[in-house]
Design a protein around this ligand. Sequence first.
Ligand code: FES
Length: 195
Amino acid sequence: MGKAELCSDSARLRPLAGCSIDDTPNITTGVVELGISQNEQQSISDLVGQYKALPGALLPLLHAIQKQIGHVPDAAVPIIANGLNLSRAEVHGVISFYHDFKTTPVGRHTVQICRAEACQSMGSRALEAHAKQTLGIDYGETTTDGSVTLEPVYCLGNCACSPSVRINDDVFARVDAQRFDELVSGLSAEEGVAK
Ligand code: FES
């Protein structure tokens, strides 16, 4: 369970509570193809084998792949499509529809800035501009050291204490540029301790 940062009006704060066989990447050569390793390709094929008989298998399969590999790589699409007898367009459509599915590796920490109305009215646009400049990345990207992935989010249930930011499972209230920098520095410090 993540924590939520309290503010003066904390009573209003709600804690967060048809592709052919030929389209399938070769998993027998031992060569890293299409940007994923042989092990990752084998894991995806194994999961397809486990889920393909399940009614409505696509969503739970995608979740299982993301849980195991950390994201759903593009190379997984033809393997899934072939295994579930779907078109690659169908598989890709579902992956792109649900924002929770990542198609590229994510950072060790996920930083989300609320872009919903209440937070915008309290300066979240300026905060996101600061965050992008400070981290040197845009939304959906990961810092070069693999530490932080920056994402937009649309309401964290913490509107009374806008602007709100979530870092991993924790929500922080009334975050300005200085507080943002402190929080991000804290992540680096934590990693230093962990090392
Ligand atoms: S609008 Fe940002 S937390 Fe609700």
